[in-house]
Design a protein around this ligand. Structure first.
Ligand SMILES: CCCCCCCCCC/C=C\CCCCCC(=O)SCCNC(=O)CCNC(=O)[C@H](O)C(C)(C)COP(=O)(O)OP(=O)(O)OC[C@H]1O[C@@H](n2cnc3c(N)ncnc32)[C@H](O)[C@@H]1OP(=O)(O)O
Ligand SMILES: Cc1cc2nc3c(=O)[nH]c(=O)nc-3n(C[C@H](O)[C@H](O)[C@H](O)COP(=O)(O)OP(=O)(O)OC[C@H]3O[C@@H](n4cnc5c(N)ncnc54)[C@H](O)[C@@H]3O)c2cc1C
Length: 647
């Protein structure tokens, strides 16, 4: 539940950490007796499986748990999502079962296939993942090598991994956990290629869990984070599956091998759009978690003096600390607001597509790409900023900031590497510019590109800043189009011209995303604030104002290039920003409390509600196995003989 929704739905703050009746978090066996940092790679995985089984059984018992529900449209689903933070500091091995396997069947399966497979998957009778990326390809889907050759004589598909680089590589849970998966493979019928299609493939025997004949499985090894997700590899050796295992909602293969194309070959990529949309909300949750930890710690930690005559102050009283952290509160609110807005766009387009109208799919794809990129890029950067703002204690795993950073930064790569996705949005922007230049109407989020009015006098207002960001985006897109046109006129191929302009295209794409985010954040909060008390409405508008002024100052170079902002405007903006920090400071702790993240979910020695930071740091330190004895055996084995010159 976004902060705005919480504030709207709860006229007063709930007392944070109030034990909730029959709450899954009351089950202590869900938690680790010793911190998992002290477990081996294998023990971590096995412990995660233990907790996964308990977690889902409890979810089913307490929350009439309907897996596969759209994460954004159920507050309890969002709570479930957050609760998983409590149980799994890192992601669980079944993250992909819920996050992609079920959505892929729901989005790509026929009604009959959904009826059969979704029931089994939601009841956890089978466990699955989504296997698209290969050792040799992740971004370039058309270059994926796994093949599915249709054999009309047996009405089967023959799945094969022709090369080492064709091995599926990365899918979560693939190593040892799941027994099914949705495999994306290049379909061939009688030697003719029919593009990338989704296949529901059994990988392991349901009774013994042994890999089936012709199926090679394993895990890919230790990673920066997500250590319990069990990312794995998969190879097929001419593995046969029945015809009805191709998910045939969009394209079909008839018994005789006739291929029936879907309305668009890109519908096979639909699961990726869904996950990109979901990731935006997930980033808002991660940001809320990190902001809560860092702001609360900054209210507890006293260090140095502002005035020599006064006692050591809360580090949150340093304006530099406010500069580091208050934007994090606003960012979580901005992305949870945009996530809900994007979800409504997504469900709207999906509804239109159900009735055959594909017109708005390109805009949705562009929006999903750009918001996934900016939310993951900003949040991973700001989570790292939260860690740094907590000094040495932020470097402790027990602060839970390093894990949170791992979760956020992974999303910069998975579900579409960020640069590549910004180039996708740039592709849409350039096409929109070319379309608009011919007088054709543009989509609602791109229509501003055709604003040909003279650049107005700069105003240091929200309207002025948002208009300024739109000017920057339109100006950058126009510059990209001009550069590409100029290169092509000089004889460069369009593809080479595109590549030579790609640094600017990525910047234009980001500028577009920021214009969309600022405008959406502001309008959504204005809409919601009408239902709030004046004090609450004021603080929310302060956060929107802070967010807009922050990004104006961050992108001054662009504003100086494409708007009429002048030096005195910049001085005034800087002062506005510092005034806002001062205004929001008194509400900083109250605002992160309003995220209403319980201690078990924060999982942090620095962010606990009671503020007993030092006691918790010591309690966690004493859990280290090394502290079980005053002298470690290595002294006698190595150090002592070494120090006595005997080694
Ligand atoms: C509390 C929680 C905390 C935090 C986190 C929250 C997470 C919550 C959810 C978690 C669940 C699961 C975790 C996910 C784990 C990760 C899983 C994966 O990584 S799965 C693999 C993902 N892989 C990718 O995304 C691959 C990226 N590459 C691509 O998408 C494409 O290859 C490309 C778009 C980059 C290029 O493809 P290409 O074929 O070259 O296409 P063109 O550029 O030529 O464009 C052709 C045309 O198609 C349109 N297009 C492209 N993609 C799509 C699409 N997906 N949908 C619709 N249309 C698409 C494109 O716009 C072009 O259109 P034109 O009209 O021709 O311009
Ligand atoms: C934690 C994690 C979990 C994952 N889970 C899954 C999963 O469950 N299922 C699954 O199928 N996949 C999964 N993946 C794989 C993920 O989808 C890919 O890593 C991602 O799509 C990027 O592809 P890649 O790794 O091949 O990188 P590449 O595409 O090789 O990117 C490497 C570099 O090349 C650049 N580059 C590539 N193409 C272009 C281009 N056209 N223009 C400009 N620059 C370009 C990129 O910007 C990047 O800098 C996961 C990855 C991670 C990190």
């Amino acid at each position: 539940m976004g902060l705005v929704d919480q504030l709207v739905n709860q006229p007063h703050y709930t007392l944070v950490n109030q034990p909730r009746e029959n709450d899954i978090l009351s089950h202590k066996e869900l938690f680790d007796s010793i911190p998992e940092e002290y477990l081996s790679h294998k023990e971590k995985y096995e412990n995660a499986i233990r907790k996964t089984v308990l977690y889902y059984r409890l979810m089913q018992k307490y929350q009439n748990y309907k897996e596969g529900s759209t994460i954004l449209d159920e507050t309890r689903a969002n709570y479930r999502n957050l609760v998983s933070f409590a149980v799994f500091k890192d992601y669980p091995p079944l993250m992909l079962h819920n996050g992609m396997f079920i959505p892929a069947i729901a989005g790509q399966g026929t009604p009959e296939q959904q009826k059969h497979w979704l029931k089994r998957a939601k009841n956890m009778e089978i466990l699955g993942t989504y296997a698209q990326t290969e050792l040799g390809h992740g971004t370039f889907i058309r270059g994926l090598e796994t093949t599915a050759e249709y054999d009309p004589s047996t009405e089967e598909f023959v799945l094969h991994s022709p090369t080492l680089t064709s091995y599926k590589w990365w899918p979560g849970g693939l190593g040892h956990t799941v027994n099914y998966c949705v495999v994306m493979a290049q379909l061939y019928i009688r030697g003719r290629h029919h593009g990338m299609q989704p296949f529901l493939v059994q990988l392991r025997d349901e009774a013994t869990h042994m890999p089936l004949p012709g199926v090679k499985l394993g895990e890919i090894g230790a990673k920066l984070g997500l250590s319990t997700v069990n990312n794995g590899f998969l190879a097929f050796e001419h593995h046969r599956i029945p015809r009805d295992r191709m998910l045939m909602k969009n394209a079909q293969v008839l018994k005789d091998g006739t291929f029936v194309a879907g309305p668009s070959s890109k519908l096979a990529y639909g699961t990726m759009i869904y996950v990109r949309v979901i990731i935006v909300n997930g980033m808002a949750n991660l940001m809320a978690k990190a902001a809560t930890i860092a702001v609360r710690y900054s209210a507890v930690r006293r260090q140095s003096q502002i005035k020599p005559s006064e006692p050591e102050c809360q580090i949150l009283d340093y304006v530099t600390q406010q500069h580091k952290l208050l934007i994090c509160i606003a960012t979580s609110l901005a992305f949870s607001t945009c996530a809900r807005w994007l979800w409504d766009v997504y469900t709207g387009v999906m509804g239109q597509m159900e009735s055959g109208n594909m017109d708005h799919l390109p805009e949705l794809h562009a929006l999903a790409c750009s918001l996934k990129v900016v939310s993951t890029m900003d949040v991973s950067g700001l989570v790292e900023r939260c860690r740094l703002a907590c000094g040495g204690h932020g470097f402790m795993h027990s602060s839970n900031l390093p894990y949170t950073y791992g979760l956020a930064t992974a999303a910069c790569t998975y579900e579409g590497e960020n640069t590549v996705l910004l180039l996708q949005t740039a592709r849409s922007l350039v096409k929109a510019w070319q379309k608009g230049s011919k007088g054709k109407p543009l989509s609602p989020t791109e229509a501003y590109l055709m604003d040909k009015s003279p650049v107005p006098k700069w105003e240091n207002t929200l309207d002025g800043i948002i208009a300024g960001f739109r000017r920057v985006s339109a100006g950058k897109v126009q510059d990209c189009v001009s550069k590409i046109d100029k290169l092509v006129k000089m004889g460069t191929s369009y593809e080479d011209a595109w590549n030579q302009t790609s640094v600017r295209l990525v910047a234009a794409s980001e500028a577009h995303s920021r214009a969309v985010i600022l405008a959406t954040f502001r309008s959504e909060v204005s809409r919601a604030a009408a239902a709030l008390s004046p004090p609450l409405s004021r603080v929310l508008h302060q956060l929107v104002h802070l967010y807009c002024v922050y990004w104006a100052l961050e992108r001054l170079g662009d504003l100086l290039l494409y708007t009429s902002i002048a030096e005195r405007d910049v001085q005034e903006l800087q002062q506005q920003y510092e005034d806002l920090l001062q205004k929001i400071r008194p509400n900083a702790v109250g605002l992160v409390d309003a995220f209403d993240l319980r201690d078990e979910i924060l999982n942090s020695t620095l962010g606990a509600y009671d503020g007993r930071v030092y006691e918790r740091l010591m309690e966690e330190a004493l859990k280290s196995p090394l502290n079980a004895e005053p002298v470690n055996q290595s002294f006698h084995q190595y150090l002592k003989p070494f120090m006595h010159g005997k080694l």
